[in-house]
Design a protein around this ligand. Sequence first.
Ligand code: AMP
Length: 298
Amino acid sequence: MLTVFGTIALDTTRTPFHTVERTLGGTATFASISASNYVSTSIVGIVGHDFPASYLELLKNRVDIRGLTISQIGKTFHYDSSFGYDLSKRTTNKTELNVISNYQSTIPEEYVDSEYVYLANNDPLQNLNVLKLFSKPKLIICDTMDFWIMNGRDEVIKMINKVDGIILNESEAKLLFKESDIFTCARLLSSIGPTFAVINKGGNGSLLFYDDEFYPLPAYPIEIIRDPTGAGDSFGGAFIGYLSQQEKLDSKSLKNAMMHGNIMGSFAIEDYGIEKLININADDIKNRYEKYKEILSF
Ligand code: AMP
């Protein structure tokens, strides 16, 4: 079983072509829906009294939500961001933490022995605390983003020290180390503790650093991108979901995990919010994997 801890959000996303307001988003939402295509997945997090019942239902149909707290006094985490014509550059307009601020995470007893734990982008202190609630996970992977690097870099480093793998996007990796080169960033990430580090470069693919080797992978080509929100989380969910089904963690399984991460990320960006992710099935993933392999072989 995989447990995903992170934000369950209401997102307002503005692109030059369209705006969606207070739609279902959040790092745990994207990561868990993506992972649920590979492994039975549970979610831990908090929403407020304004969280629509239809979104609860939607999550419940895909993942185990017994670890989801519904606060009767606070509002759901809200993230407002804009993209220009260059859809690879996001500007944060507003981050309203709301119920996230004072959340003391608890997990249902049934989750304690989860073998796989994904710490999606969230308060690093809360991530560290939630880790203590699991008995002995086999694989822990985390993500983080600029907001937490700027507001609590020391905690981010402590969190990275406690995980087996980290997935970060390029600009965040550079911000974390004040470095301009992603190869250096990947090495630095590993030096903090994790066995492997993945740096995502959006449309330019991803880079894995494992066992002193670098493994680059181009992104799956998508011609029409509607909304890049959630690509990183969908990548992360698929990555750990795929690994949870493999016998061992080695360069082969990690490279394949990266392919699945890119595949789910590529689906996520084809429509607004979670719209595309909830409308694909195992055949769509298989077909895209085959096509991806074909593109990459020469
Ligand atoms: P990404 O995969 O990087 O595009 O993640 C997008 C998701 O991150 C959105 O659905 C937001 O709700 C969520 N998010 C934005 N800012 C934060 C933050 N500071 N902490 C946790 N989640 C966030």
